[in-house]
Design a protein around this ligand. Structure first.
Ligand code: DGT
Ligand code: CA
Ligand code: CA
Length: 362
């Protein structure tokens, strides 16, 4: 049976939220930045509104570089406030969830959804559902997004990206090949710069070129598994279901030390970026944790762990940093040299009602 799969992606998300909360920003180039704190301008641009993009600014470039580009222009630089965007994201995802059969959130501002059942298999009805979702998000949250509806996930993602901002692109099964064929092959989900380059060397530039390639030639180059994936996705054959993501039971990150060490002072600065990354992922998933562990891996690859359980769940980076430092100190005092070290949080709760109540009473 033909499926109706959608992909929704909010437009210039962080910058759009900032514009929404401060109307005077609307016609100016707006840049949301992550300041690293080393010098006044060190850090990167997280995202920029379309006005700024027209002037050559995009996600990931250094702030200092963007300032140079925008010299003499009345551009606005704003510090990223991830928890704020998280709150908008949660409400947008709740609206989406109400309107679809299944939703699979894949990032702070995007999700796949399946509306096969509620559309009765009709792309006309599917288009109406998608435009109603866009309207509800605009009415209730004031945000625009771009949506694609197609017979599978790969095509839905290409479709949501096809017209931006505020786009709605519906690709019916009969239009699928014509839609995908002319697109550059690196737009296919999972094709990075390296694969794209290898494909270019055998004359594959567009998705259509890839679909026409002999699978045995792809097999020789990429191995069977990737070859089959490449062939199928380029041919518009993608059976991946939209699946609600189960809640994670733990979030962790392990790093290899620059050299084996048993000095907490030497190890901690190397562990901190991993701790920050874990904390960011916790916030991204809307979770609070109660258990914190530091994992040490010795040179013989044996593993030791020190853990701590909190009374109330939290997501605060100060709590996590402090616990990481304590647990690390305790771990190295009892062990030999560590080769790798990691941080893990677990025992999740989705809200911290209990602790807010405690804060309220206390
Ligand atoms: P779009 O979808 O092209 O209209 O623009 P965005 O800004 O929504 O881009 P998207 O969907 O790739 O990313 C969603 C948010 O994630 C974006 O608003 C800010 C953040 N983000 C994206 N790329 C980067 C990056 O390279 N660095 C950092 N720090 N944040 C990023
Ligand atoms: Ca986006
Ligand atoms: Ca996105």
């Amino acid at each position: 049976m033909t499926r109706l799969v959608g992909h929704l992606d909010l437009d210039y998300f962080y910058a759009q939220v900032e514009e929404l909360e401060n109307a005077s920003l609307r016609n100016l180039p707006v840049l949301v930045c992550v300041y690293s704190g080393r010098t006044e301008d060190s850090g990167v641009v997280s995202t920029a509104n379309y006005r700024a993009r027209e002037l050559g600014v995009r996600s990931g470039i250094p702030i200092a570089f963007a300032k140079k580009r925008l010299e003499g222009k009345e551009a606005v630089f704003i510090r990223m406030d991830r928890e704020k965007y998280e709150r908008y994201s949660e409400r947008v995802m709740a609206i989406l969830k109400e309107n679809v059969d299944v939703m699979e959130q894949t990032g702070i501002d995007e999700a796949f959804f399946d509306i096969t059942k509620r559309s009765g298999g009709s792309f006309e009805v599917g288009a109406e559902i998608a435009s109603s979702i866009k309207l509800q998000i605009l009415r209730h949250e004031g945000l625009t997004c771009s949506v694609g509806v197609a017979p599978n996930k790969i095509a839905a993602k290409l479709a949501s990206d096809f017209k931006k901002p505020d786009g709605l692109t519906v690709i019916r099964p009969s239009e699928l090949t014509g839609f995908m064929e002319p697109m550059p092959v690196d737009r296919l989900y999972g094709i990075g710069a390296k694969t794209a380059k290898a494909l270019q060397e055998i004359g594959v530039v567009t998705i259509g070129d890839l679909a026409r390639k002999d699978i045995s030639q792809l097999d020789d180059l990429f191995g069977q598994k990737l070859a089959v994936y490449l062939h199928n996705s380029a041919s518009g054959e993608d059976g991946e279901p939209v699946e609600e993501r189960g809640q994670a039971t733990q979030i962790s990150r392990i790093i290899t030390l620059k050299r084996d060490s048993r000095s907490a002072d030497e190890i901690l600065p190397q562990l901190i970026p991993a701790v920050e990354d874990v904390q960011r992922r916790v916030v991204e998933k809307g979770l609070f944790f109660r258990s914190i562990s530091v994992i040490g891996i010795l040179s013989d690859l044996s593993t030791r762990t020190r853990s701590k359980t909190l009374e109330t769940p939290t997501r605060e980076s100060s709590t996590l940093n402090r616990a990481a430092s304590e647990l690390l100190t305790s771990l190295v005092s009892e062990l030999g040299e560590l080769r790798r070290v990691g941080i893990k949080v677990a025992d999740f709760e989705e809200s911290k009602e209990q602790s807010s109540l405690a804060e309220f009473l206390g």
